[in-house]
Write a protein that binds this ligand. Structure first.
Ligand code: FRU
Length: 492
């Protein structure tokens, strides 16, 4: 028997090596590989996980399935581990948390991490299925030492389904209170099929007590709340989560699933009421954004990174053996009761030459690199205008940013590209409305994505955009408006 098992493992390894070689080649041939966004070496990337500072370095993991179409009976899905110091360039450490035969037979799902002096505590969901294909979730802890050695605990912290809830119970986001006690917020579905999140508490990361649901005004808001995150910012409690089961309403909620936030009071074991001062606000108005996670930095900034993708969507990279990327990390601040998001300041050291683009030349097209930044500033806008990116030279295919002076709205349209993406969910998004006559845009373009920061982070839109154009052109018709567009070379 042992020899048999040995042989199977050996054949498995040889087979995997062969697949790896083939897939590596496919990935290399992709025209869509990003320059400054995190992508998997191969396979499927989804949620960011375990975003944390430990031992002087930033750790970031992501949900990773090494091969796009692995066999149905093999569950590789786990975490890929990255380390870095500036949020923008990363050392790749390979698989971090892996699926296992105990509490994660069907995937080491998402989770988070918090550092103590000598170890990083990683809290995540082990996904299992029994013979009847019923899901049994485990909330489990592993610790990582200073040599990146990860050890899983013997027993799960929370086993199975909670009373009054279904098997949809996943993704603990852990934090430490000012008094040094541990909390975690975990997404869950009530028996009446509405989504919510529960708060767990522990003095020592062993012995967790479920304190109850986070108390918000949203009692019936979608059927599942995924990827909850709670943090404190400028004396507020901020709750970020990804609800599933909301449907388009006016210009909101047009992606398959949403992600947004509530700002209110701080919560703790004596107070689970958020007392929010805001309605649910979408965090990102683009086509591709989900499951973000945040961390605080040693210099006390709150940085958030998201998945620039969504479950169940199809992307044209799949035929090259991989799928998914993360967003630029963004620093969060609160202004006028709203979250503002701006690219981390570390981006500055990658900015090289700045070139002010000529208005007349913009009308006939300016050739661009595959990745760059555009900084645009308009004052006293009188007329509608357009900026077209990812364009071919003939200006027949492009992604369009359009400002409407009559409606005071800013739109992104990716419906005029040669490669369509998930068109059944629409090809236009309203990025910002109620705009004043002044407008600033900070636009980051990578080989196959765009992130638009509007008015110093008041609104953001993140989207994947794919083109077969080998040469990329920028066109803009700024009309008589007073405005300036600066092209910034990025050196990654
Ligand atoms: C969201 C999600 C999480 C889960 C993870 C599994 O994208 O479904 O709820 O933890 O992905 O990969």
């Amino acid at each position: 028997v042992l020899a048999g098992i040995g042989l199977t493992i050996m054949i498995g390894k040889v087979y995997e090596k062969k697949i790896k070689k083939e897939v590596d080649k496919m990935v290399k041939n992709s025209p869509f590989r990003q320059k400054f966004h995190i992508e998997a070496p191969s396979g499927y990337l989804n949620d960011p996980n375990g975003f944390s500072f430990f031992n002087g370095e930033c750790n970031l993991f992501y949900q990773w399935t090494p091969y796009m179409y692995s066999s149905e009976n093999v569950w590789y899905q786990g975490w890929y581990h990255l380390k870095g110091t500036d949020f923008l360039t990363w050392e790749k450490l390979g698989a971090g948390i892996e699926a296992d035969e105990r509490f994660a037979t069907h995937g080491a799902y998402s989770g988070s991490a918090i550092a103590d002096d000598d170890k990083l505590t990683i809290f995540y969901t082990g996904n299992t299925r029994n013979e009847d294909w019923q899901r049994i979730p485990y909330q489990v802890i592993a610790t990582m030492d200073k040599n990146n050695i990860i050890t899983k605990r013997e027993n799960p912290e929370i086993t199975g389904i909670l009373d009054g809830y279904t098997d949809h119970f996943r993704y603990p986001k852990i934090w430490k209170n000012f008094d040094g006690e541990y909390y975690a917020i975990i997404g869950i579905q009530r028996k009446n099929l509405t989504g919510t999140a529960v708060i767990a508490h522990s003095k020592d990361t062993y012995n967790w007590q479920i304190l109850g649901e986070i108390d918000t005004n949203l009692k019936n808001f979608g059927y599942m709340w995924e990827c909850p995150d709670y943090f404190e910012l400028e004396d507020n409690g901020v709750f970020v989560f990804s609800p599933q089961g909301l449907y388009p309403q006016g210009n909101d909620y047009h992606n398959i699933y949403q992600t947004g936030y509530l700002i209110g009071d701080k919560i703790d074991k004596n107070n689970l009421k958020l007392n929010e001062i805001t309605d649910f606000q979408e965090l990102d108005k683009g086509f591709d954004f989900y499951a973000p996670q945040s961390t605080s930095t040693p210099d006390n900034r709150r940085i958030l990174i998201g998945w620039m993708g969504l479950p169940e969507m199809k992307y044209p990279t799949e035929k090259y053996g991989y799928c998914g990327c993360l967003t630029l990390p963004r620093e969060l601040t609160i202004k006028n009761g709203k979250l503002y998001q701006n690219p981390v300041k570390e981006i500055d050291k990658y900015r090289k030459n700045k070139i002010i683009l000529n208005k007349e030349e913009l009308k006939t097209g300016i050739s661009a690199e595959n990745s760059y930044e555009l900084q645009a500033k308009f004052e006293n806008i009188k007329e509608s205008f357009t900026i077209d990116l990812f364009s071919n030279e003939k200006h027949t295919e492009y992604a369009r940013i359009k400002y409407s002076a009559t409606k005071k709205e800013l739109w992104l349209d990716r419906g005029n590209m040669d490669i369509p993406v998930n068109e059944s969910h629409g090809t236009k998004r309203l990025i910002a409305n109620n705009l004043e006559n002044n407008l600033t845009l900070d636009i980051f373009v990578d080989t196959s994505s765009i992130e638009i920061f509007v008015n110093n982070g008041e609104k953001i839109a993140s989207s994947r955009i794919f083109t077969t154009n080998e040469e990329r052109f920028i066109f803009a018709d700024l009309k008589e408006n007073a405005g300036k567009i600066t092209y910034v070379e990025l050196d990654f």
